[in-house]
Design a protein around this ligand. Structure first.
Ligand code: NAG
Length: 620
């Protein structure tokens, strides 16, 4: 259904107002047709009723059981970008007839009959808070809301398909008051700058009026067939908003102060921590190195001195060098994709009008950075004195992306089973595989070859023939415990941001706080690096030379917290088996992705660290 990720201007104000230069405004003359397109029907969290179930998959607008009105000559599918399809957009034409500046009241759309079973289905979805997602001139139809904290109005994209009244009865919205805000640019040139829909539930009598004296809401009976007539009215309202800022009201930030506050707080802690840590580390190391280089090697004193003792083993290749190098390569690939996606977003290259541009960009960057990932994998594999470079070359572009694709297909089966529109069509799957094998794999192989052809990293000290005995380690020095300790710190940096990411992933909210995200992301990387370095230094001082896998796991410890956070803090009750599978599955994929990324950062940081400290000591 969807995929996700990360993250340059620290100013929220700037991050808010990014527009793609390539998206040109559409000029309309009075009377021109303004097309209303309908997108999928998406879930949301029902805020009023905490006992309501939440579903995590969307439906086609024209899914037959909803009985929404179709155009006379059948709905027409609109062309969409690859990312848009992967992210679940399914856009179709609609029967609404809108003409610039022409107000219309109470237009009849169609009449439909809901059978008992369809009524059960629709009522369930009203309760679950499913929403319409209409698009006019690239703008989502929204409801106007008031932010009570700041007293400003903003637009909340989408509107519910119905509502639940005080007696806990579900009512279907069958009348739509559509308000189109337009900006008059010059004589007879108008632009759409806002779309608000005010839906109503009105039982229609034989003579269809949309303004009855005593309105009776529509209730779909679960005992008998119910007839429903759909109607709409359109009003064109002049607005001072100019086209360039039309998205501002949609990209409303709830309570930015709290976010800033926690962010500033956290970054102060990180800066403080890193100063202390670098100070300690550098000072201790300098002392260590000085002492080591002064005293004689067979001096008794050497026993008390930590990390130098293992110089003869520290560059001994780890177990499973193949897997580790491939995983680190994949982590680097994720890292580069995340950083450059954020970079593009912050430069203002991803307009919300350009649906799916974020996903398309992520996908393309991921494919392209396969080259750097494979290069890293090959280079590290060579450092581990691996011989089987062909396997490494094949595994690098296939292992992690293949697993991702496999999971994607697995989730897709559940979506098909649930009749969700989120299921990605076979054609799109085929395009993904094609891009993979036509672009990413050749680039990866090229990267691998470059990696293997470079001279291997020179090891500053020779590896002893016989491995050294590792003394018994305290319980907290076990890799798993260390990873758990280390993971908390970087997780603190991105915990706030995860909430917004999940919201955009599951509930079709536009994600736009790339400034925040980028900042948090950088904090996360720095924290990961510092904590991993410190813990591995500590391990080496305890005469445990097996730093390779350990640094990867310690760096990746964050994933445990990301996963638990997703499971525990989901403040909604999932409806249906498919929702549970999707939620747990995607949470797992996201947390492992972040783990892989941070693991790679931890490993590479420690590798550089180890190489540099052992090159400073004199060994005879
Ligand atoms: C259309 O309706 C809106 C809202 O009622 C009103 O402000 C506007 O003047 C109307 N436009 C025309 C052309 O009648």
């Amino acid at each position: 259904m969807k995929g996700l990720f990360l993250v340059l201007a620290l100013c929220l104000e700037y991050a808010n107002a990014f527009y793609l230069p390539g998206v040109a405004p559409t000029p309309y003359k009075a009377g021109d047709k303004v097309p209303l397109l309908v997108n999928h029907i998406t879930p949301s969290i029902n805020q009023e009723d905490s006992s309501a179930k939440t579903y995590l998959y969307s439906y086609d607008y024209y899914f037959p059981r909803f009985h929404f009105c179709k155009p006379a000559d059948g709905p027409e599918k609109q062309s969409e970008s690859l990312g848009s399809v992967i992210f679940g957009d399914r856009i179709f034409s609609s029967p609404f007839e809108l003409n610039m500046l022409e107000n219309k009241t109470c237009q009849n759309l169609c009449s439909e009959t809901y059978s008992k079973s369809d009524a059960v289905f629709v009522n369930r979805n009203i309760r679950a808070g499913f929403k319409h997602n209409w698009l006019i001139d690239g703008l989502p139809a929204a409801r106007q809301m008031l932010d009570e904290q700041t007293g400003t109005t903003f637009y909340n994209s989408g509107f519910h398909i119905g509502y639940v009244d005080d007696e806990n009865v579900a009512h279907l919205y069958n009348h739509y008051d559509i308000y189109i805000e337009y900006h008059k640019r010059k004589e007879d040139e108008y632009r759409v700058v806002g779309v608000i829909v005010d839906p109503k539930s009105l039982t229609q009598t034989a003579d269809v009026t949309c303004d009855p004296e005593t309105p009776v809401p529509v209730t779909l009976s679960q005992e008998a067939d119910t007839g429903v007539t759909f109607t709409y009215s359109v009003y064109f309202i002049e607005s001072p908003t100019v086209w360039a800022t039309r998205w501002d009201k949609y990209l409303h930030v709830y309570d930015p102060k709290i976010q800033w506050f926690s962010l500033v707080n956290f970054s102060l802690i990180v800066i403080f921590l890193s100063i202390i840590m670098s100070h300690i580390l550098i000072r201790t190391l300098r002392n260590d190195i000085q002492k080591y280089n002064e005293i004689n090697l067979d001096d008794d004193m050497i026993d008390e001195m930590g990390w130098k003792l293992v110089y003869g083993d520290v560059f001994r290749p780890p177990k499973n060098p193949m897997l580790l190098s491939v995983l680190v390569g994949s982590g680097v690939q994720f890292l580069l994709m995340a950083v450059s996606t954020c970079g593009f977003a912050l430069l203002g290259l991803l307009s919300p009008s350009n649906r799916g541009s974020l996903a398309t960009l992520m996908f393309v960057l991921y494919a392209v950075f396969g080259s750097v990932g494979s290069f890293t994998s090959a280079y590290i594999y060579k450092f581990f004195q691996g011989e089987d470079w062909k396997t490494n070359m094949i595994l690098s572009p296939l292992l992690v992306p293949g697993a991702l694709f496999g999971l994607f297909i697995f989730f897709n089966f559940f979506l098909i089973f649930a009749h969700s529109s989120g299921a990605v069509p076979i054609g799109t799957m085929f395009v993904i595989v094609l891009i993979w094998f036509a672009i990413s794999v050749p680039l990866s192989c090229f990267g691998s070859l470059l990696g293997f052809r470079r001279p291997a990293i020179k090891v500053p000290v020779k590896v002893n023939q016989i491995p050294r005995q590792i003394p018994k380690q305290a319980w907290y020095l076990k890799t798993s415990n260390m990873a758990l300790i280390a993971g908390i710190f970087p997780f603190g940096a991105i915990a706030i941001e995860m909430y917004f990411i999940y919201n955009s992933l599951w509930f079709n909210r536009i994600y736009y706080m790339f400034g925040f995200l980028f900042f948090c992301f950088i904090l996360m990387l720095i924290t990961t690096l510092l904590v991993t370095l410190l813990l591995i230094y500590y391990t080496l001082c305890n005469e445990n030379y097996k730093w390779q896998w350990r640094s990867f796991f310690v760096g990746g410890g964050i994933s445990v917290y990301v996963f638990l956070h997703a499971l525990i803090l989901s403040k909604f009750r999932l409806g249906g088996f498919t929702s549970v599978i999707l939620y747990v599955g995607y949470s797992l994929v996201i947390s492992l992705g972040i783990g892989l990324l941070c693991g790679a950062v931890g490993f590479i940081g420690v590798m550089v660290f180890v190489l540099s400290i052992y090159s400073q000591i004199k060994v005879d």
